[in-house]
Design a protein around this ligand. Structure first.
Ligand code: PLP
Length: 391
């Protein structure tokens, strides 16, 4: 049986989530927009319930939650939707150099279309918190015409948690909007949109044991009414911001997954963190030339508790991944492998790793379903794989 330690990529659907979804894929097939009959009204109520669950999980009000097809769509809607507001045709926006490609590609697109974009650097390896954005540097780069800043709450490769609240405080005074990509956070750390300073925040169902193809965008309506333009038009669903028939089963699944993530957070955080630390200790003790990428593991306010990213000197990550895959272990490299020509990870390059070190990286993401036995077998298989490659 495959040992799955690639939970930054996606997570296994929780059987309780699947149970909650099943009726909406079978006998309860109503359209949540068809309120003239019982089937439609029931679907509407199920969506409303999921909206409340999602809102509760992030400290929002239900009317502030817009369901989408995933974090990529939420990010596009948040950033492009903000840029399309009147008066922002030439405005300035800021993103982090280690943001997810969904944010970086949107920023590049807007840059090609007249907006000025600043890509903010992060702290390098060897500093107290490699990968973190310095709030002072951030505020120095703000401009009078900055309309939006987008920050990654927790990085999907090295797990660094950015000081978004401190940055948001400065940004908020300047009048700009703060968008947070919170895709990796739910179930791994507390998420409260007020405490984090978010005006807009993107979420993805499949990152916390919900289904794929569903996400949410938080749009602040209390204290400050944040306005964005829709990117698609039609039936006016989701307050006109996201037209299209709602995917009721997936939305129900996302709501159930969010509720479970919050209920189990206090228990899961120390358990998963201890497993992750065990994994690092044993890899470090059994393999020559292994080094930790990203922030220290000792401070859970600096790094996601389920994340580990290491480089193994002299070993090509791609070859190692292929070897461990053959032994039944699913992990990934920090590098985005473009078939024949593996490109080193932009995140690892941004924290100062050279191409070789970036190419020799392995990324681990643990989850609710990860056991001690999984970690033991993972260490065995990686150690064997490295021996094979080095010999
Ligand atoms: N942002 C981050 C940090 C992610 O890790 C991901 C998923 O890989 C996304 C955005 C995109 O999420 P989705 O798959 O829901 O579009």
């Amino acid at each position: 049986m495959t040992i799955y330690l690639d939970n930054h990529s996606t997570t296994r659907i929780d059987p309780r989530v699947l149970d909650a979804m099943m009726p909406w894929l079978t006998e309860d097939y109503g359209n949540a927009g068809s309120v003239t009959h019982e089937l439609g009204r029931r679907a509407r109520e199920a969506v409303d319930h999921a909206r409340s669950q999602m809102a509760l999980a992030i400290g929002a009000e239900p009317r502030e939650v817009i369901f989408t097809s995933g974090a990529t769509e939420s990010i596009n809607l948040a950033i492009i939707g903000s840029a399309m507001r009147p008066g922002r045709a030439n405005g300035h926006l800021m993103v982090g150099t280690t943001d997810h490609q969904a944010v970086l590609d949107v920023a590049d697109h807007l840059g090609r279309n007249g907006r000025q974009v600043t890509y903010v650097d992060v702290a390098p390896q060897g500093t107290a918190c490699p990968g973190a954005i310095d709030p002072q540097m951030f505020s120095d780069l703000l401009q009078s015409d900055t309309f939006l800043v987008s920050l990654l709450l927790a990085n999907n490769e090295i797990g660094v948690i950015h000081p978004t609240a401190v940055i948001a405080n400065v940004v908020c005074k300047s009048g700009a909007i703060v968008h947070l990509d919170c895709s990796q956070a739910i179930g791994r750390m507390p998420v409260d949109v007020d405490a984090l300073g978010a005006d807009l925040a993107s979420f993805s169902g499949h990152k916390f044991h919900g289904p794929k193809g569903v996400g949410a965008l938080y749009v602040r309506r209390r204290s400050k009414a944040v306005r964005i333009e829709p990117l698609q038009y039609g039936g006016g669903q989701e307050r006109g911001l996201r037209s299209g028939t709602l995917n009721v089963a997936a939305i129900v699944g996302m709501g159930a997954a969010a509720e479970l993530a919050v209920q189990e957070l206090a228990e899961e955080v120390p358990r998963v963190e201890a497993l992750r630390n065990w994994l690092w200790e044993h890899l470090n003790n059994s393999i020559e030339g292994v080094s930790l990428n990203g922030p220290p593991l000792t401070n859970s306010s600096l790094r996601l508790i389920n994340n580990l990213n290491v480089s193994v000197s002299g070993v090509d990550g791609g070859s190692l991944l292929a070897t461990v895959e053959a032994s039944g272990l699913a992990i990934s490299s920090g590098s985005a492998c473009a078939s024949a020509s593996p490109r080193p990870s932009h995140v690892l390059r941004a924290i100062g790793l050279n191409d070789d070190a970036a190419r020799s990286s392995l990324r681990f993401g643990l989850s609710r379903f990860t056991t001690k036995e999984d970690c033991e077998k993972a260490v065995e298989r990686i150690v064997d794989g490295i021996k094979k490659i080095r010999s």
